[in-house]
Design a protein around this ligand. Sequence first.
Ligand SMILES: C[S@@+](CC[C@H](N)C(=O)[O-])C[C@H]1O[C@@H](n2cnc3c(N)ncnc32)[C@H](O)[C@@H]1O
Length: 382
Amino acid sequence: MANTNLANAKTAKNDEFYTQFPDIQKEINAYLDYDPNVFRGKTVLLPCDDPEWSNFTKFFAQYFELLGLKKLISTSFAPESKKFKEGYMPTLFETESPLFDQDKTRTHGKIFVLDHDSNNSGRIDIEDLQWHYLEGDGDFRSKEICQLRDEADIIVTNPPFSLFREFVAWIMEASKQFIIIGNMNAITYKEIFPLIKDNKVWLGNGFNNGNAYFRIVEEREYADGVYDAETGLVKFRNCCWLTNIDHGRRHQPLKLMTMADIFKHSKHKEIRERKEFLKYENYNAIEIPYTDSIPSDYNEIMGVPTSFLDKYCPEQFEILGMCENLDLYSLKTKIYTSQECKDAYLKKFGKPGTYDLNASGVIIVNGQLEKVYQRLLIRKKQ
Ligand SMILES: C[S@@+](CC[C@H](N)C(=O)[O-])C[C@H]1O[C@@H](n2cnc3c(N)ncnc32)[C@H](O)[C@@H]1O
């Protein structure tokens, strides 16, 4: 019970991270560099967005004219409906508005719309945002927000992590373009991976050096991220942008060395010493432990770390599947029996247990079966 409470509290906190303005700017610039008209004449929806806090709203409102937007809609989730409710205080912007309603402000979501020069300043910008309370709490799954989704061309946000699978399904069922923030683990979800494999979804341009910093509503402990008291930001190494909008970086092929050169010059000692890539026992593929060690002269299937996706160029490689239990793409050449899993555990750890060999690629090291980390199965395009 205590564990469940702890897990629930962690999940609730993981939903409340606020994205930094420069990160949004850097990401959106990558799409604009590739196609300067990507947002022109489009309706952009920013759901799950708390506009009082949100840099997404600030960014798109500030650059409304530059991007050539037709309409910007941003919606927030009611404080009372959030899993993490502590610390909510209505903002000045709310309390000073004639629309302010003490009760509704807790139980209803809000909608912010920008589509014309409401203050006659001669330009459309953040000062022209108009808001009112939603009928409901702003849950992205509600009919009200689904209607806004259907009206939109492009959906941009950092959705609640606990509902990430549902959020992606919600976008895909309406066939919308999107740019969202997720966790690298999410790319292996069985709901998400097939989209990546089939080039329907890909990684965005990405955070600076892979480091994503988020603002949090209050200082707390983070299991996966590192909190810096000075900046008030939490740093994550495993966040990514996911999208189905094209950008230039995904068309830059990865620079590769020949296998012979890798064995001579690799920065990884074990690769220089072993001088071969091991074959999996349960896949017709070789194990490549680092993305920087993918050889240029191997044309069969290779197992590579999931971080490869950040370098994935669809003109250079095809993704065939991944090493996983379900064998979604019939790539396994061997299924281990439960006795084999027990024997492997005993041999490796010297005590009874089950080594779940079917969950990953398996190599043989010093006569012993070894599971490798999560691997994608890829092949060079000819
Ligand atoms: C990770 S935060 C990101 C906020 C903002 N988009 C940003 O990046 O600055 C996700 C937000 O979604 C809200 N949320 C949680 N569940 C939701 C739901 N079912 N529908 C809509 N929003 C939800 C959370 O309360 C939180 O404010």
